[in-house]
Design a protein around this ligand. Structure first.
Ligand code: GAP
Length: 479
C-alpha cells in the first residue's frame, strides 16, 4: 500500500480541526512554539495518560513524581549541563544564519569532508559554500533571574530535561516510600532548550514535554534492565497502534554516546519529512551511576554556595576520592548487607514528538461515495473524542433523546454532540477528528428504542438498544 502520510496534510488538518496552532498566532506567531487546541489537548493528554498508566500505575516497581521546573543551579552544574550542554554552531558570514555543525551538509564534490570542516559546508539558507565563522559553542539552557532584590537574585535555568528532578529526589522517594532497588521513578513535564535549529512542526521545539523514567538497579543487573525497558518501550508504541514498519531501533555508536552513557538506543519513527526520515522518537540509555555520583559531589560543593560563593558553579566539584559508597546517595541493600550507588536505565520520550508520530501514523484517506474522506485512525485509547451523538433530524423528539444519551455518556467518555448539517457531513467531521464511534438517533428509535452505532474505520452501522450504548462503547473502547 502506498504511504500517503504527508506532513503538510497533517499540519493543515491540525489547524483546520483545532489540534495544534502556532503559538501567538494573532501576533504573527512565535517561532517553534505551539499551542494545542481542543482536540490536540485531549490527544496529548491521552498520550501522557497511557504512558503514566502503563509505566507507573500498573507497575509495582514504579512511582511517579512532579518536580518544579526551576531547580537549584548547582543541580545543573553537577549534571554537567552548565559546562557541557551546548551545540557546536557556525554562522554564515553572508546571510548570518546560525546552524548546528552536525546539521550542515557537505557541498557536491566534497562529500567526504570531515564533519567539522566548514570549508566544505553549504549554508542551508543562502547556499554559499565554505563561508562560515569558526565553530563555537552555543549554550542550550534558557536562563532567568529569580528573586526580587538585586542583592540576592540569582541566575536559574529552565530545566532542559525532567530527569534531573528525579535524581534530586531519589533520596526523598526512598526515605518516604516503601520502594527498594530495583525500582523506578517516572515524571511527565515541560522542558526547555534554546535549540539552534528547530524542525518540522512540533518535532523539535524550544518548549516541549518529556515523559521520563529513571530506573535504579544494582550494578551488574543494568544490562538486563536495559534490554527490558528497550523492548517494553517499543511495545508501548506498537500497542497504541503505530505501524510496525514505521518503527525501528538504532543503537548509538560509541563516539555518539552522551558523556554519562554506557549504552543508548533510539526508538526511531519514520517521519514523513521529505521522502521519509528516520528520526528519534525516544531514547533508552544506560546512564550508569554517573548522575547520582555527580550529585553526591554537588552536595559537597554546595556548602560554598550556601556561604555565598556563587563562583563555585564555575569551578570543578569537590572530589570524593572515589568513596562513592559512603556518600548520602548510596543505597543500603539490607538483605545482602551491601552498599552501592545504583545504576540507572533511562527511557526518555517526548510527549509532543510522540503525539506527532501518533497523528501522522493515524492519518489516512479513502473514498466514500466518490469523495475523498480524511480520517484519523487513532487507537481508541488515544482518540480525543470517543463517541459523537447526533439526532438524524431536528424534530420528532430526536434532539431530546440524543441529548439524553449524550448527557449520560459524557460523564464516562469524552463525547461530542452535533445536530448541525447533513448526517454525511457530521460523520466526515468526526472522521477527521478520529472519533471511533458515532451514535445516531433516528425514526426507528421512537419505535424500538434502538440507535445506530457507526464504526469510524469500517463505516459499518449496527443497531444497539439505547440503554446499552454505554456498555457497548465500554466494551469496544477497552479503556
Ligand atoms: N534525559 C535524557 C534526555 O533528555 P534527549 O534525547 O535529549 O534525552 C529525550 O531527549 C526525548 O525528548 C527525545 O527523544 C525527544 O522525544 C524529546 N525531545 C528532546 N528535545 C526535544 C525538542 N527540542 N523538541 C521536542 N522534543 C524533544
Amino acid at each position: 500500500m502506498a504511504d500517503i502520510r504527508k506532513l503538510e496534510d497533517v499540519v493543515s488538518l491540525c489547524k483546520r480541526r483545532g489540534f495544534i496552532f502556532q503559538s501567538s498566532d494573532i501576533y504573527g506567531g512565535l517561532a517553534s512554539c505551539y499551542d494545542y487546541g481542543p482536540l490536540g489537548a485531549e490527544l496529548k493528554r491521552n498520550v501522557k495518560e497511557q504512558w503514566w498508566k502503563q509505566m507507573v500505575q500498573m507497575r509495582d516497581d514504579m512511582v511517579g513524581i512532579d518536580c518544579s521546573i526551576l531547580m537549584h543551579p548547582m543541580i545543573w552544574k553537577a549534571s554537567g549541563h552548565v559546562d557541557k550542554f551546548a551545540d557546536l554552531v557556525a554562522d554564515c558570514k553572508a546571510c548570518k544564519t546560525r546552524t548546528r555543525l552536525d546539521h550542515l551538509q557537505n557541498a557536491p564534490g566534497k562529500e567526504d569532508a570531515d564533519i567539522n570542516d566548514t570549508s566544505a559546508k553549504v549554508c542551508p539558507k543562502c547556499g554559499k559554500i565554505g563561508n562560515f565563522t569558526e565553530p563555537m559553542e552555543f549554550k542550550l539552557m534558557f536562563e532567568t533571574q529569580m528573586g526580587a532584590n538585586v542583592d540576592d537574585s540569582m541566575t536559574v535555568y529552565l530545566r532542559p530535561e525532567t530527569a534531573q528532578g528525579i535524581f534530586a529526589n531519589y533520596r526523598n522517594v526512598l526515605d518516604s516510600s516503601r520502594m527498594a532497588v530495583p525500582f523506578g521513578i517516572g515524571q511527565i513535564g515541560k522542558s526547555f532548550r534554546n535549540e539552534v535549529t528547530t524542525k518540522a512542526f512540533i518535532f523539535r521545539t524550544r518548549e516541549f514535554e518529556q515523559m521520563e523514567i529513571e530506573f535504579f538497579c544494582k550494578p551488574g543487573t543494568d544490562e538486563k534492565w536495559y534490554e527490558h525497558w528497550k523492548q517494553l518501550r517499543m511495545q508501548w508504541y506498537l500497542d497504541l497502534g503505530i505501524n510496525k514498519d514505521h518503527l525501528r531501533f538504532r543503537d548509538h555508536a560509541s563516539d555518539e554516546l552522551a558523556h554519562y552513557a554506557k549504552a543508548c538506543v533510539d526508538v526511531e519513527y519514520l517521519f514523513p519529512f521529505g521522502q521519509g526520515d528516520w528520526q528519534e522518537l525516544e531514547g533508552v540509555a544506560n546512564r550508569t551511576n554517573y548522575d547520582l555520583r555527580q550529585h553526591q559531589r554537588g552536595m559537597r560543593s554546595v556548602t560554598r554556595w550556601i556561604e555565598n560563593d556563587r563562583d563555585v558553579i564555575k569551578t570543578p566539584l569537590v572530589d570524593e576520592n572515589d568513596k562513592w559508597d559512603k556518600g548520602p546517595l548510596a543505597y543500603f541493600d539490607q538483605p545482602n548487607n551491601e552498599k552501592y550507588i545504583p545504576y540507572v536505565i533511562e527511557p526518555s520520550a517526548g510527549a509532543d514528538r510522540g503525539t506527532l508520530a501518533f497523528l501522522v501514523d493515524a492519518y489516512d484517506e479513502d473514498e466514500v461515495n466518490g469523495e475523498v474522506r480524511n480520517v484519523l485512525r487513532f487507537h481508541p485509547k488515544l482518540a480525543p473524542v470517543k463517541a459523537a451523538v447526533f439526532p438524524l433530524v431536528k424534530k420528532e423528539g430526536m434532539p431530546e433523546k440524543a441529548t439524553a444519551i449524550y448527557d449520560d455518556l459524557k460523564g464516562h467518555f469524552n463525547c461530542s454532540y452535533d445536530l448541525k448539517g447533513a448526517i454525511g457531513r457530521r460523520y466526515r467531521r468526526q472522521d477527521e477528528a478520529g472519533t471511533p464511534f458515532c451514535i445516531v438517533v433516528d425514526g426507528q428509535t421512537n419505535e424500538d428504542n434502538t440507535v445506530t452505532v457507526r464504526d469510524r474505520d469500517s463505516m459499518e452501522q449496527v443497531r444497539v438498544n439505547a440503554d446499552q450504548v454505554k456498555s457497548y462503547l465500554r466494551d469496544k473502547l477497552d479503556l
